[in-house]
Write a protein that binds this ligand. Structure first.
Ligand code: SF4
Length: 734
């Protein structure tokens, strides 16, 4: 099996991306194909889907003599389209990372001291089950909380629900896309989904607020980006930093950080006052035009210019460009949207712009999810929790994924009831939740911290018991159901047997359930049996799925609004809410209102952070293949500031924030590509886990400098771009 990738498309993509999709794999693959053709090797190909990030791209593994030699994108998977990003190519780096967790471990020292002894699975699972039982008896089941991310959630969340706890915290909500989802739900009655349902390939204009596509490497979205750039779509990039995407833009607006809402409110005002909005669409589908018009009158381009540092003419010109190209305007609502604590309202502004431009559910804007779904199977119902969950905190629009820091606060204060156990799977809390001191304080109060993961990340190395999960290439996981344009189903299956003594998450969950007397919630012998049963009830040919990896159910796409395919808005009014009664009833602004945010004092810089094309959070910094491509982060500093402060490109500095937190040393990248009032670094570096031999103390940890956070009162999202740093020369540099 081989895949065509034309020279033209390769050049287009690799020119766009800092580290290209596929580019890193061309040579070894050619060699392997040649060796295969010569009969020198015999390869076996197995389909699966990637877990280096959450995009779940379909992949095909090439296995020679029991070793995975190569991963390729699955051509029939809509997220991959025959390609993997550089990180996905680096999946073999995770599989063969010598620092992987190899056996169950039980702590023999103080928590966090890093002293462990090897244990058998039976012993380790027994210790966890005994401690969970003891906590349940003494405090009740709600005293155990789960923190989780990615596919392990499918195995361990049901375990905690069966155990009787309602307390779940996923950083993907309160530290990432929660405000975006809530803002769009309040406006349209639904979120934008993941992968985001953006019809960028058909857009005439694309607007990116800080979304640094090509540096954040969401495979199919970046392919769409490349396609749109190649087709001549105009990009308006609003970013204090001249990102890779800004380099391809028609207009780059180097906005003063924390003022994005001022620009959006002025745009809304211009669209309304110049009659540039889609009157028919708004009349048919939206509520609250009058209230919106009155509320945004004060947000003139002149006012916005003073707030944002963007000239008046550019504010007006860009607004007109949007209006003239409607509805084929794609406003990317972002993904990591926890910035300043008013993030739901910022997303509401984006939603209102989409509504005025008539681009929600229209070609070139966003598309609608398929209405088709697979039948829900019958499952044993979980017990009703005995106490109210703490995971929603006091946030009226927090969702089922919970608010991580609300659990942390309750763990510290033991009010209204104690939290005594944390079950952590697939997430590195110390690098995900702001204010590490509070996280460590909470951890001190626990009777049990158990971690399930593939690698010895910072938080894993705080655990009392460590359960080594095998990597995604060695296990079955839940079927991935995609609700994009069409309904799809993808299979993850082991491409090789688990290495060392690691085990799949499903096995760990089932074994724990058995020891907790909850075995009836896992009524199958193997996960493959469970998946086979599901496929049979869904009418999906399991053997075919094993072979091809992804099946698209035909005739399930209804992407755009037409007279025969009208939209459904699941809001309180059944219409798009330009003015939100729901927000008003809960005491919030029904139309977004601008609030000024603190700006840096003299000598300080706002700390902003983002992604590298070759890393996912803190989870890949040790991966030997990806580490080689980008071993440590840098701090971007404006050239003039660097000159004034006497810093040269490549100097090592430390960063000290407003609360006195000091970073590990980090290299300065002196560049014109950033404003003078902020510095920028890639998230996820500077691990303190000594077991991560490549990554240990390489680069600086942005999260260590995020001691302050601004909580969004609507959903509990933690705005994390509210910290300011000073740069200090590292002593060894002097
Ligand atoms: Fe894997 Fe890259 Fe796809 Fe993420 S975007 S799932 S890392 S190939």
């Amino acid at each position: 099996m081989s895949f065509e990738f034309s020279r033209r498309s390769f050049l287009k993509t690799s020119g766009l991306l800092s580290a290209g999709i596929v580019a890193s794999s061309l040579l070894p693959d050619k060699f392997l194909l040649w060796a295969e053709e010569q009969g020198m090797i015999k390869a076996r190909y197995t389909t699966t889907f990637c877990e280096i990030c959450f995009w779940k791209c379909g992949a095909i593994a090439k296995v020679v003599d029991g070793r995975v030699m190569k991963l390729e994108g699955n051509p029939v998977h809509p997220g991959a389209r025959g390609k993997l990003c550089a990180r996905g190519n680096g999946g073999t780096g995770l599989l063969y990372d010598p620092n992987r967790l190899k056996t169950p471990l039980i702590s023999t020292g103080a928590r966090g001291e890093g002293k462990y002894r090897k244990a058998t699975w039976d012993e380790a699972l027994g210790v966890v089950a005994d401690k969970l039982t003891a906590i349940k008896q003494k405090y009740g089941p709600e005293a155990v909380a789960i923190f989780t991310h990615g596919t392990p959630t499918d195995h361990f969340l049901p375990l905690l629900s069966a155990y009787g706890s309602p307390n779940v915290g996923m950083p993907s909500f309160a530290q990432c896309r929660g405000p975006r989802d809530v803002g769009l739900e309040l406006t349209f009655g639904e979120g934008i989904g993941s992968p985001e349902r953006l019809d960028m390939v058909n857009s005439k204009v694309v607007v990116l607020f800080g979304s640094h596509l090509g540096e954040n490497m969401h495979n199919s979205q970046v392919q769409d980006f490349a396609e749109a750039v190649g087709r001549g779509a105009k990009f308006i990039v609003i970013d204090p930093r001249f990102s890779t995407a800004a380099g391809k833009a028609h207009t780059w607006l180097p906005i003063k950080p924390a003022t994005d809402m001022a620009l959006m409110l002025a745009w809304i005002n211009i669209l309304l006052s110049e009659g540039l909005y889609d009157k028919e669409y708004v009349a048919a589908y939206a509520n609250g035009l009058e209230e919106l018009t009155a509320a945004v009158k004060e947000y003139t381009p002149e006012w916005a210019s003073k707030e944002t540092d963007i000239p008046v003419y550019q504010i007006v010109e860009t607004a007109r460009l949007l209006g003239k190209n409607a509805p084929a305007v794609c406003i990317h609502p972002g993904r990591h949207t926890t910035w300043y604590g008013d993030d739901v309202q910022r997303t509401r502004c984006m939603g209102i712009l989409m509504a005025l431009l008539g681009s929600w559910g229209r070609e070139g804007g966003t598309f609608m999810a398929t209405k088709a779904s697979f039948p829900k199977g019958a499952a044993k119902p979980f017990p009703e929790p005995l106490k109210a969950p703490l995971n929603l905190g006091s946030f009226p629009f927090a969702g089922a994924e919970g608010v991580t820091q609300a659990i942390r606060t309750a763990t510290i204060s033991a009010t209204p009831y104690p939290i005594k156990g944390w079950f952590v799977s697939g997430t590195n809390l110390l690098k995900a939740i702001p204010n590490q001191k509070e996280t460590l304080e909470a951890i001190k109060n626990l009777d049990l911290l158990v971690a399930v993961d593939v690698m010895p990340f910072d938080t894993v190395m705080m655990a009392d018991v460590i359960l080594p999960e095998c990597s995604y290439l060695e296990r079955y996981d839940a079927l991935a159901v995609g609700k994009g344009k069409s309904l799809t189903v993808s299979l993850r299956q082991p491409v090789i047997e688990p290495l060392y003594e690691s085990k799949p998450g499903w096995w760990i969950a089932k074994e724990l359930a058995k020891r907790l007397g909850l075995g009836e919630y896992y009524p199958w012998n193997s996960y493959e049996d469970k998946i086979k049963g599901q496929c049979a009830s869904w009418g999906v040919d399991y053997e075919e799925l094993k072979k091809v990896g992804t099946i698209t159910i035909p005739n399930t796409a209804t992407p755009f609004i037409t007279p025969t395919n009208p939209p459904e808005f699941k809001t309180a009014s059944g219409k798009i809410e330009l003015y939100s009664k729901e927000l008003k009833e809960k005491g919030f602004d029904p139309v977004p209102r601008y609030t000024k945010h603190q700006q840096p004092a003299a000598g300080e810089f706002r700390l902003i952070y983002g992604r590298s094309a070759v890393h996912t959070f803190s989870r890949t910094t040790n991966n030997p293949e990806l580490h080689e491509l980008y071993p440590e982060n840098e701090v971007w500093l404006n050239t003039r500031k660097a000159r004034d402060m006497g810093f040269q490109n490549g100097d090592y500095v430390t960063l000290k924030n407003q609360d006195g937190a000091v970073s590990n040393r980090i290299k300065v990248k002196v560049t014109e590509r950033i404003r003078e009032d902020c510095v920028y670094m890639v998230h996820g570096f500077g691990t303190t886990s000594k077991e991560l031999k490549n990554a240990f103390r390489k680069g600086a940890d942005d999260q260590g400098l995020i001691t302050r956070y601004a909580v969004d009162p609507i959903c509990g999202g933690t705005g994390m771009r509210v910290n300011f740093v000073r740069l200090e020369k590292e002593k060894n540099n002097a």
